[in-house]
Design a protein around this ligand. Structure first.
Ligand code: NAD
Length: 481
C-alpha cells in the first residue's frame, strides 16, 4: 500500500516515502507513506483557505447531510479501514473494528447536537435589536496521535467541519494509513480543499502550527509536544485546543465488591495494551483489602494472551512503536533496580514471534511508594501500580496531588458515598464503577482534562464553542440614545 498526501481532493505524490512496519511482525512492511515538508503544508493550508470562503456559505443542514453521507460510506468500508489500521497500529483487530464503530457513533451524536448548538438567538427591546451570530474561524490544524487514530480523528474533525471551518490534518507517522483512507472516503462528499492531509513528523507538524493562515490548532497528543505547539502558535496568536495525557487514579472504597470490580479495573488499565490517554494508571486500595485485591488482579492479568493483533485468540497486542516500547522497558528496568515488588504476567501466544514485535507482558507492581516514578508518570503501557491507603482524606489527597487531571474513577457499592468522593476529585471526568463513558456520558460529558491534561474539550455540545467565533450585531433603534 502506498499512501500519498491529499490536497484539494487530489492525491499528491512526494519525493520521499517512509516505510511502515507492522509492530506485531516487524519483518513485514505494511506500506509506504509520503513524507511532506513545509512546502506541502503551505499548499494544503492555501487550499483550505480558498475552500473556506465557499464551505462557510453552506447551511448547517447541508453540512450535516454531507457528514452523514460520509459516515455511511465509512461504514461500508469498515472492514478494510480496520484491517489496515490494526496492521500499522498494533491494536487488536476486534478492538479496531469497535473503534471505527465508536468513531461513527461519536460522529453521528455530534451531528445530532449541532442544531441546538447553532440555534439563532435574537433579542429585542425598546432600545435595540441584538443578534449573536456563531461564525466559523477558518482553517483549523488538526494533529492526531497514533494510539486511537480513527476515533480521535472523527471526534475532532466532525464539529470543526459542521461549524463551517476547513481542515488540514496531520496524522501520526505510525498510524496514518487508516486515517488517510477515512479522510479520502469522506472528502468525496465535500468540495475540494475542505479536507486536506499532509503526512510527516514533528517538522511537518510545526510548519502547520506556525502557518499564518491557520486560525486554531486542535491537538491530541503528549504534553511536551503541546508546549512546542503553544510556542509556535504564539507568533501569530492562534488559539489552541489540547487533549493531552493523563495519570488517571482509580479509588477503590472499602465496600467495593472485589470479584466484580477487579476485572473491570485491570481492563480499564490494560485495554489497548495500556496505550490510551484515560487508561487507569494507578489504583488506590484500602489496606484491609490490599492483599485480596492484589491476588485477584494478578489472577485476572495472568489470563491475558499476548500476541499478534490479527490473531483472534490474542487479548493483548503489541506496543505501537519502538520509542514507546523502549520507554516502557526502561521504566520497568528502573523499577526492578529500585527493588520494587513487581510481577510479569500473561501468556505469550506465539513465543517464536515474540522478538519480531514490540511485545510486553503486563506488569502489576505492589507495595509501591505513593510518589514513585511509576505512580506519578504517564506510563502509557501495561504496567499498573497498586497503592494502599488508610483514610478517604489521604486517598483524595494522593489522587489530586498530580500535574494531570484527565479521567478518574471511584469503585463502591454505595452510590452516595462514591458520589461524595467523586465530587472531591480534581479531574475533567470521574466515572463511578466503570472507567470510561457510557453512551449517555459520551453524548453529554465534555471530554478532556484540567491542569496539564488539556485546554478545552471535545464531544458534547460544549465542543462547538472551541471552533466558532462570536459576531455580535446590535441595531440601535431610532430616537433612542
Ligand atoms: P506526540 O505528542 O508525540 O505526537 C502527537 C502528534 O503530534 C503526532 O502526529 C506527531 O507527529 C505530532 N507532532 C510531534 N511533534 C510536533 C511538533 N513540534 N509540532 C506539531 N506536531 C508535532 O504523542 P503520541 O506519542 O503520538 O501520543 C501519545 C500521547 O497522546 C500520550 O501522552 C497520550 O496521553 C496523548 N493522548 C491524549 C488524548 C486525549 O484525548 N486527552 C487521547 C489520546 C492520546
Amino acid at each position: 500500500m502506498k499512501v500519498n498526501l491529499f490536497i484539494n481532493n487530489e492525491d499528491v505524490t512526494t519525493e520521499h516515502y517512509e516505510e511502515v512496519r507492522d509492530p506485531g511482525r516487524l519483518s513485514e512492511v505494511v506500506g509506504f507513506i509520503a513524507k511532506g515538508d513545509p512546502g506541502y503544508i503551505d499548499r494544503a493550508v492555501q487550499a483550505a483557505h480558498q475552500a473556506f470562503h465557499f464551505w462557510r456559505q453552506n447551511t448547517l443542514n447541508e453540512r450535516m447531510s454531507i457528514l452523514l453521507k460520509s459516515a455511511e460510506e465509512i461504514e461500508k468500508n469498515m472492514s478494510s479501514i480496520a484491517s489496515v489500521t490494526a496492521k500499522e497500529n498494533g491494536m487488536l483487530l476486534g478492538r479496531t473494528i469497535d473503534e471505527v464503530k465508536l468513531g461513527l457513533m461519536d460522529m453521528r451524536t455530534i451531528i445530532e447536537l449541532a442544531p441546538s448548538a447553532f440555534q439563532q438567538r435574537i433579542i429585542e427591546d425598546e432600545s435595540g435589536w441584538v443578534n449573536v451570530v456563531k461564525r466559523p474561524m477558518g482553517v483549523i490544524a488538526c494533529i492526531v496521535p497514533w494510539n486511537a487514530p480513527i476515533i480521535l480523528t472523527l471526534q475532532k474533525i466532525t464539529p470543526i467541519l459542521l461549524a463551517g471551518n476547513t481542515i488540514v490534518v496531520k496524522p501520526s507517522p505510525t498510524a496514518s494509513m487508516g486515517v488517510v483512507t477515512i479522510l479520502k472516503t469522506m472528502a468525496e462528499f465535500f468540495p475540494p480543499g475542505v479536507i486536506n492531509v499532509v503526512l510527516g513528523g514533528g517538522d511537518v507538524g510545526s510548519a502547520l502550527t506556525s502557518h499564518p493562515l491557520v486560525r486554531k490548532i486542535s491537538f491530541t497528543g503528549g504534553g511536551s509536544t503541546a508546549v512546542a505547539i503553544m510556542k509556535s502558535a504564539a507568533d501569530t496568536l492562534k488559539g489552541v485546543h489540547f487533549e493531552l495525557g493523563g495519570n488517571d487514579p482509580a479509588i477503590v472504597l472499602n465496600d467495593a465488591d472485589l470479584n466484580e470490580v477487579v476485572p473491570k479495573i485491570v481492563e480499564g488499565a490494560f485495554r489497548r495494551t495500556g496505550q490510551f490517554c484515560f487508561a487507569i494508571k494507578r489504583v488506590y486500595i484500602p489496606y484491609s483489602m490490599y492483599d485480596e485485591f492484589y491476588e485477584k488482579a494478578c489472577e485476572f492479568t495472568d489470563s491475558y494472551k499476548i500476541g499478534y493483533q490479527l490473531n483472534e485468540e490474542a487479548t493483548m497486542g503489541p506496543i505501537n512503536n519502538q520509542l514507546q516500547y523502549q520507554r516502557i522497558i526502561e521504566l520497568i528496568e528502573r523499577l526492578e533496580h529500585s527493588g520494587a515488588n513487581l510481577v510479569k504476567l500473561g501468556k505469550q501466544l506465539e513465543p517464536e514471534n515474540w522478538d519480531n514485535g514490540y511485545y510486553l507482558q503486563p506488569v502489576i507492581v505492589r507495595d509501591v511508594d505513593p510518589y514513585a516514578e511509576i505512580v506519578t508518570c504517564e506510563q502509557f503501557g501495561p504496567v499498573l501500580p497498586l497503592i494502599p491507603y488508610h483514610t478517604e482524606e489521604e486517598v483524595i489527597h494522593m489522587a489530586n496531588n498530580s500535574e494531570f487531571g484527565l479521567g478518574s474513577s471511584v469503585w463502591s457499592s454505595d452510590f452516595d458515598r462514591a458520589l461524595d468522593v467523586a465530587n472531591r476529585i480534581e479531574a475533567g471526568m470521574t466515572f463511578i464503577n466503570g472507567h470510561g463513558q457510557t453512551p449517555l456520558g459520551s453524548k453529554y460529558i465534555p471530554f478532556g482534562g484540567i491542569k496539564q491534561s488539556g485546554i478545552g474539550r471535545e464531544k458534547s455540545i460544549k465542543v462547538f464553542d472551541e471552533f466558532i467565533e462570536y459576531h455580535g450585531i446590535n441595531f440601535h433603534k431610532k430616537g433612542i440614545n
